[in-house]
Design a protein around this ligand. Sequence first.
Ligand SMILES: *Cc1c(COP(=O)(O)O)cnc(C)c1O
Length: 390
Amino acid sequence: MPNAVRINMLSRTTNNRCDKLDALPELTVNLAAVVDNWLHLKNQARGTVLCGAVLKADAYGLGAVPIAKVLFDAGCRNFFVAYPEEALELADQDFPETQIFILMGPDGRYLQKIREKGLIPVLSTIEHVELWAKANASSSLTRACALQVETGMHRLGLSVQSWEQILNDHVLWSHLNPAVVLSHLASADDANSPQNRRQKKVFIGIVRKAQALKKNLMFSLANSAGVFLGDSFHFDLLRPGIALFGVDPTQGGTHSLRQVVTLKARILQIETVQKGESIGYGASFCAREDCRIATVAIGYADGLPRSLEGSAYSIMLGRAARIVGRISMDMTTFDVSKVPARTLATMSHVEILGSINTVDKLARNSGITGYEVLTRIGQRVRRNYKRDIV
Ligand SMILES: *Cc1c(COP(=O)(O)O)cnc(C)c1O
């Protein structure tokens, strides 16, 4: 039979959904769930405590601008990002009376812009302190900063000695014009870690001395996990990040957070693989019996960790399908032998992340953290923003 005729016959029998749909994976971010999580975090603290939102790395890969917008509407007035570029992106949204903090500090290249827009750099080194004090001293405008002080994490922050020098130098202090003093907890995910209490004790010492120098200075210690350590860790301003996105910030806690993300990918092909045949790169999987394999359009470039190979996944109606063979850049192969054939069709969706396959579950199964699951979601994945109806 000539080729053209054969193709004609095929097109009559297959559905034509492929014409209309592309195979790009789709991420849906439920903005209503982000707001509910923010309110839930805020409600852990006394009414006078402010709740900010950490939206660094493009809000953990989910999109800083749409998320900042809904949180602003819900009443959030303190955003934290890592870099000046990220802060400027939020500043372009013109959120009135909102403080945007730059956790990595002032950057010489952006100093003018930071000052123009009233962004608040978090000063964590002596170099940061000198840069900011000099800029304020040589300007008619005294802009506010935040100071990050070391309490035991030893990642980034002014040593207690540098901090005391700053406190005792009244000219320097007035040039710095700090609005917030913060520190970061190293082990807040483990409520039983004695490090939490040790860091809090050092921080309370810092608070006492600084309060005497300036009224209205705010203090901030708690990230998401710190929020759940209780009142005595809250001070004036909470800094949750990961919990906003429905990821459990503590080891095995249940904090009634809502799932925020759904990641769906499409089935490209369903094929029977005979006993003894292998699947994928390196032939890492060999079929012990005949099996049905669905090739799904999602790979490590879209954020699926390669270490997920071999793990069971609930795909259709809660049926388990194991990931077999290597996860490649754009595609992953699932053994769907146990999934009723009538429920599977090419170009239909498979849930990679969602209410059944939660971020926490995928993290556990692949040996990475929920933070990494979210921040790895690839750039080409299409992002949709919805309020509740997912
Ligand atoms: C990332 C970060 C946070 C937020 O931490 P989560 O664990 O995501 O809540 C808070 N403070 C600082 C300084 C950070 O770097």
